[in-house]
Design a protein around this ligand. Structure first.
Ligand code: HEC
Length: 232
């Protein structure tokens, strides 16, 4: 009896240690995601992302990207990589098609996680985070910009960042429409790997911010700085 208990405890300990080793990243508890501001998706799990701009409108889509970014960083980045650029520990999720086929696969993994030979390689998130968080994170993942294009554009983006930072101090002679147009053009040329129509790139964000005010030049310059340093 005692022996059996001991054995069970050891076995439990072994499983615990194996799981810990498999994660290798310390805390693996799913972190709740605050989805306030997003339309609720309800009890029944959908098979297609409801927060795309085509279905939900641009405002919901932008909100989903924002909430999804924080949900992703807290729950997925340690395995799937910062900005969803995989470091090899887990698959690169940017490639999943932004349509029902990719969504179904995404949502299955999100809900069930992945266990191999009794070892949890990816925890199940469905119950703990819920459906709204699932699709917000999905929206963030599928709108990541292609990093190769971002690298090609980085010199011009840096130059634009410096121009914007200058205008934040002194905007005499600033042609904000020309700047906005150029950034929007660059943004339009940046693709996603998922096939989603619009990439949430720093060029896209900066273009949206610029409105001719000094404050907007400043925040657009900051947005570019953060994005460019994240991309190295
Ligand atoms: C502890 C590490 C870990 C964490 C945390 C993690 N994953 Fe995973 N994920 C994996 C591994 C490993 C696989 C590969 C499983 C397999 O072989 O199918 C995977 C597979 C996936 C897949 C399938 C990808 C494909 O191309 O087949 C998706 C989608 C996915 N994860 C999404 C997420 C999301 C979203 C989060 C955060 C909410 C997350 N994962 C958190 C490790 C993790």
């Amino acid at each position: 009896m005692r022996k059996a208990t001991m054995k069970a405890m050891l076995a439990a300990g072994a499983v615990f240690m194996a799981t810990g080793a498999a994660y290798g990243h310390g805390d693996v508890n799913p972190q709740p995601v605050d989805t306030a501001g997003l339309p609720e998706t309800g009890e029944e799990w959908l098979t297609e992302n409801p927060y795309r701009a085509e279905t939900a409108g641009e405002e919901v889509w932008l909100k989903a990207v924002e909430i999804g970014a924080s949900g992703y960083n807290q729950n997925c980045a340690r395995c799937h990589g910062l900005e969803a650029v995989s470091g090899g520990l887990a698959p690169d999720v940017r490639m999943l098609e932004a349509e029902e086929y990719g969504d179904e696969w995404y949502v299955e993994r999100f809900r069930e996680g992945y266990t191999q030979n009794g070892i949890t390689k990816m925890p199940a998130f469905g119950e703990l985070l819920g459906q709204d968080a699932a699709w917000a994170i999905r929206t963030y993942i599928e709108t990541r910009p292609d990093t190769e294009t971002m690298d090609e554009l980085s010199d011009e983006l840096k130059a634009l960042r410096d121009t914007l930072a200058g205008y934040a101090e002194d905007d005499s002679g600033a042609d904000y429409e020309a700047l906005k147009t150029r950034l929007a053009e660059m943004a339009a040329g940046i693709e996603t790997l998922s096939g989603a129509p619009v990439a949430d790139s720093v060029a896209f964000r900066a273009a949206n911010l610029i409105d001719g005010s000094k404050a907007a030049y400043k925040s657009a310059a900051e947005t570019l700085t953060v994005g460019l340093s994240a991309a190295k």
